[in-house]
Design a protein around this ligand. Sequence first.
Ligand SMILES: [Ca+2]
Ligand SMILES: [Ca+2]
Ligand SMILES: [Ca+2]
Length: 262
Amino acid sequence: MQIIVDAALDALLTFGIYDFHNFGGGDTRQSLSIPAGASVRISVQWDEPFFSVTGDFDAQATTDMDIYLLNQSNNALLAFALEDNVSNGDAVELLEFENTTGSTIQADLVIARFNIEDAPSRIKYIVFGDDININEFNTNSSTLFGHPNAEGAAGVGAAFWEDTPPFGTDPALINSYSSRGGTPILFDLAGNPLNIVRPKPEFTGPDGGDNTFFGEQFNDGNSFPNFFGTSAAAPTWPPWQRSCWNWPEDRTHLAPPKSRIS
Ligand SMILES: [Ca+2]
Ligand SMILES: [Ca+2]
Ligand SMILES: [Ca+2]
């Protein structure tokens, strides 16, 4: 950790004294490229319990982390997230930003901590929304979290149908946007420490199949739009269809998903 002060942060520092996360080698700014038109949400969490889960003032966040997004070219403040985590008790900050400039922005992400509290030992963030480039200190780590990571749930990965065994790719090639598993569960519902890593996702289904009304068309020889993503992959997995809809007995009122490999 080291203190950095620049024009954009100077005024904000008057509210408290920060320590800044060292991404590596003393670098407290992680370079990101945010394309024109991209809209992103960056969710930062750290290894403390959430009051909204435990309901216990003795098992909640006691560290206040904040996040800033700065323009590399002029240190202008692009976005920030400044929830009082000690007050609300949840170890999460959510920063939102949309690049409306018409050109790519080279930005720096800064993760800051009020240094009157102990530092967390583990920080993780996930970028939601449009694609951005993480130019340095990219861990390429898990983005599977929340309900797909639950013990009683089955997570679904997505592979483009053309990159699956029936079309010559065995095993199937996972899509770049399909979440990788491995996010640890660090606390139980009462806030007691755990460290559980579940083998997720449980299975992978094809995406990019045709349907009649949404998605994007590409050169697959017909006029039907193609639907991508894990939302498209999950319903194509036959055991899921059978368990949820008693497939095929009830198929008289349910049209099967139209997929190139169905
Ligand atoms: Ca940097
Ligand atoms: Ca905060
Ligand atoms: Ca099509």
